[in-house]
Design a protein around this ligand. Structure first.
Ligand SMILES: NC(=O)C1=CN([C@@H]2O[C@H](COP(=O)(O)OP(=O)(O)OC[C@H]3O[C@@H](n4cnc5c(N)ncnc54)[C@H](OP(=O)(O)O)[C@@H]3O)[C@@H](O)[C@H]2O)C=CC1
Ligand SMILES: O=C(O)[C@@H]1CCC=N1
Length: 241
């Protein structure tokens, strides 16, 4: 894929996708263009770290982009769309990763029959391990969905779902890594409290999380079956199977 990709929003999610697609060699650094609202330090950081093109001119950022990724917080999306609206071209593919914002809302604001795809990746995109769900907007054709799917498959897995399911996806896999990190934080604190050196505790916990994830994937066994193999019953409990 040699398309130029413009990012409207330069936060955690934009960085995770940028880092992932560069790592996977989807496109070159110069083919990634990034803008934000006002934070120049953030753009300088992204330019310095990933050697991507950055700037505040929405016109320049949008000019040759084949794909435009909307990556602002939900409460900023209206202003962000109004900022790029004059520069959106009919052949551009708009991909929004913004939680809770429908493709209809975006299309209505753009007031153009341009393809809009809603995506819900997660921050593991930065290491090529995102679980992404995609939903088609009214003007997104099968070819647009395939293009979006191909892009997100370079940074993990990608599933096409009904747009009505996107709220559930956001809770499950979009926010999913946070549940795991929260669990790890608690395990680390408990391990140190129980006397383990912090470094040893971290190593044991990370490997445990990795191993459990791989067990779920490789054995195909259900989570409750796998859990039961660990949570030994009392000696006289015969309900074990
Ligand atoms: N973080 C995550 O794990 C995931 C996030 N998402 C979704 O991705 C979106 C972005 O989240 P996240 O990256 O965490 O948020 P951040 O707050 O880290 O980044 C938001 C970015 O949007 C920019 N922005 C705000 N207003 C405008 C504007 N008018 N024009 C251009 N850029 C603008 C901000 O710029 P400035 O700093 O200058 O204000 C900032 O760069 C959210 O909608 C979220 O729901 C989806 C999946 C996972
Ligand atoms: O806080 C948010 O907006 C997002 C949704 C998915 C993960 N975090």
């Amino acid at each position: 894929m040699a398309d130029k990709i413009a990012f409207i929003g330069a936060g955690s999610m934009a960085e995770a996708i940028i880092s992932g697609i560069l790592e996977m060699g989807v496109c070159s650094n110069e083919q990634i263009l990034v803008t934000n609202k006002e934070n120049e330090d953030r753009l300088a950081y992204l330019k310095g770290t990933y050697h991507v093109q950055t700037g505040q001119s929405k016109d320049n950022i949008m000019q040759d982009a084949a794909i435009v990724v909307l990556a602002t917080k939900p409460y900023d999306i209206k202003q962000a769309i109004m900022g790029i609206k004059p520069f959106v071209k009919p052949n551009q593919l708009i991909i929004s990763v913004v939680a809770g914002i429908s493709t209809d809302f975006i299309s209505t604001l753009l007031d153009k029959k341009v393809a809009v795809v809603r995506a819900m990746p997660n921050t593991s995109a930065s290491i090529g391990m995102s679980a992404t769900a995609l939903a088609a907007g009214e003007f997104a054709l099968t070819a647009d969905m395939q293009r979006a799917k191909k892009l997100f498959e370079t940074i993990g897995t990608a599933e096409i779902v009904a747009e009505a399911d996107m709220h559930a996806v956001t809770a499950v896999s979009g926010s999913g890594p946070a549940y795991i990190y929260y669990l790890v934080e608690a395990m680390e604190k408990a391990a140190v409290r129980a006397g383990l050196p912090e470094k040893v505790a971290k190593q044991l916990i990370v490997q445990t999380v990795l191993g459990a994830g791989e067990m779920l994937q490789k054995t195909g066994e259900s989570a409750d079956m796998l859990r039961e193999k660990i949570t030994s019953k009392k000696r006289n409990d015969r309900s074990r199977h």
